[in-house]
Design a protein around this ligand. Sequence first.
Ligand code: ASP
Length: 442
Amino acid sequence: MGIKVAKFGGSSVADAIQINKIKNIVDADETRKYIIVSAPGKRFDNDSKVTDLLYSCMMHKEHNLPFDHLFQVIWDRFKALAMNLKVGGDIDREFEIIKESINQGTTHDYLASRGEYLNGKLIAEFLGMEFVDAAQVIKFDNRGKFLLEETNEALKERLKNIDKALIPGFYGAKPDGSIKTFSRGGSDITGALVARAVNAEVYENWTDVSGFLMADPRIIDNPEPIEFISYSELRELAYMGASVLHEDAIYPAKVGNIPINIRNTNLPDDKGTIISDDLSKCQSRVVTGIAGNKDFTVLAIFKNRLSQERGFIRRMAGILEDMDIPLEHMPSGIDTLSIVMQTSSIDGRIDELVERVENELKVDRVEVVDNIALVATVGSGMSSRLGVSAKLFTALAEAKINIRMIDQGSSEINIITGVENKDFERAVKAIYDAFHEEKISR
Ligand code: ASP
């Protein structure tokens, strides 16, 4: 029987009620052997995440503001947790050590990591599992660069003789032992690393939603759940704003060929979404998901015989690089090239950009189009299938939505349409209505 690695996110470990739910989940399956936890997250809408409170303490300290009150809030929260779970005899001692380290000028990373560290200790005791400090097994180099293979080896070595272990997420250590964290939401990465190291049958990522939905539920009522999604489809959807999982969690799972199963701690019977390349055969729909974002600016460049000119795109990209403006998409025609950027990244410098393009590239005309939204229609079932784009564009035309731009990557799993911001929600709806029932015929 294979091993399961289960990572529980902030909302799943926010208080004793949630932690009791995770105990039931862990106890229900003997093969759930390695558990990764986040720091306690929000218990209700206006609540604070422990990690945010810890960062905030550090900011207070740096600005010479009193932080005792804030620190006490975190301390009390852990004390209540320990009391309700009937564990954590040495919690006060741990807090004294942490407070002392703040007074001695500790780092942001050390302090931020304490949420996962303390929560890990309490939950390990509650579940009766061995606590393995991530500082011993998640490796960074002296400059803080994450070391994937060293970590894999260290995890393998450490876990090989431990039947059941709990590892706190989000942090590791540099060779001198100083703590280094991943970026926010990084416990997902720890989970994927552990899953790869123990060659898990599945990496379960437990959160507060039952996986991915075909579209944003704020736009579509009750969208269909996504049962299976490939890593590349997920990359495309995540890039366009559909986020449940930290982006960097995908790579370790992908190289280890470990499927990721997004599950809901509050509805443990839901199957959730399975992310895996092998399972793309199981996908039943032509379109897997629809996601998008508003507020892009398009620079449409016209130049006679543009396609014949050597180095044009390189020089264009050079201007963007020089101005530090990321390029999102670049659809092109025979004598035209469109540059799609996030409006916020231009930061009031559009006139400068246009002037540089006109002067340095000697173009015939440049047009600036603002207030563009991009909608990505993603599905590996779309590739080499006739009529998908026709159906998509017909749906938009019937909804009387003007398409300002089209971009289809060469992988054919994503068609991006640019529409006006005001039409964004209607465009998502039109595409959803056209495709949500369309199954792949085998
Ligand atoms: N606690 C960290 C955060 O809030 C890491 C995590 O939960 O994954 O970002």
